[in-house]
Design a protein around this ligand. Structure first.
Ligand code: G3P
Ligand code: CA
Length: 263
């Protein structure tokens, strides 16, 4: 017997610009975040690493190799060294159809620059990429959020449950999302697992490739939000939307707006 899940539509479906509007501009740079805002994204997602001098900077990888003109680990470079790097020219070479002169020479932004520029104009999802007991990134990020008075517009996500639990104990008012990789744990979630996630997070952000309508329904029944990543094609956006997800991470925020408008 096939039991059709009852779809519970979300009240508001968030368009989250993944690493900014990173389909059109170099990921995790100010041009990508500006473009995300121009495209009326509800939120920007940004990956955080700490420099050698403990400054939060916005970059996905733990090295600068892929997205700049240099090589090395972020944690081994000072902010001054990081700021010498060109974080945009790689994009112009890789994606000539979206290349723009202003991208060349753009630098890796600090979290300060992003918060100073956008303030409360947009929502943020910060990803904690590396958490070690020695370097207390959770405490540091909470201080940044408070410094800019952004408690109402910042959410945090991470693949590390330990890091999220730690953040929750520091500031239980910031919404947290558990990232789930496509390792099929996503399709075999137990009620005990969901209850545990609910003790520190408000939702789960699963890899879209590992989920289905019934998965979304199960998470929502448990009282958790579901925001899958990273959905770049309209067909998959349509699917996710019809399953009642609460938000979608995408490199192309304009495409997801079209999906919302036509549904
Ligand atoms: O939005 C979720 C996503 O950011 C997690 O994966 O590798 O893009 O940081 P990644
Ligand atoms: Ca991320």
């Amino acid at each position: 017997v096939i039991v059709k899940e009852i779809i519970d539509p979300a009240q508001k479906v968030y368009t989250i610009a993944h690493r900014g509007a990173s389909g059109y501009a170099p990921e995790n740079t100010m041009p990508a975040f500006e473009l995300a805002r121009e495209m009326d994204s509800d939120s920007i997602e940004l990956d955080i690493h700490l420099t050698k001098d403990q400054i939060p900077v916005v970059i996905h990888d733990d090295t600068v190799n892929r997205t700049t003109n240099s090589k090395g680990y972020v944690k081994n470079m000072t902010l001054e060294q990081i700021k010498q790097l060109d974080a945009g020219s790689w994009f112009n070479k890789a994606y000539p159809m979206f290349a723009r002169e202003i991208y060349a020479g753009t630098t890796i932004p600090t979290l300060d620059e992003v918060f100073e520029t956008f303030g409360k104009d947009i929502n943020y999802v910060l990803e904690i990429k590396e958490s070690t007991p020695k370097i207390n990134i959770e405490v540091l990020l909470n201080e940044y959020i408070k410094k800019y008075n952004l408690e109402k517009v910042v959410a945090i996500h991470s693949f590390s449950a330990a890091s999220l639990r730690k953040f929750h104990s520091i500031n239980p008012d910031i919404p947290l999302y558990q990232l789930v990789w496509n390792d099929y744990t996503a399709v075999r979630v137990t009620e005990a697992y969901l209850a545990d996630v609910k003790s520190y997070a408000v939702g789960i952000s699963p890899n879209f490739q590992g989920i289905s309508a019934s998965y979304v329904a199960q998470i929502k029944r448990a009282g958790l939000k579901v925001m899958p990543y990273t959905i770049n094609y309209q067909l998959n956006m349509d699917k996710a939307y019809s399953w009642g997800v609460d938000g979608v991470y995408t490199n192309f925020p304009d495409r997801f707006h079209e999906v919302i408008e036509t549904n």
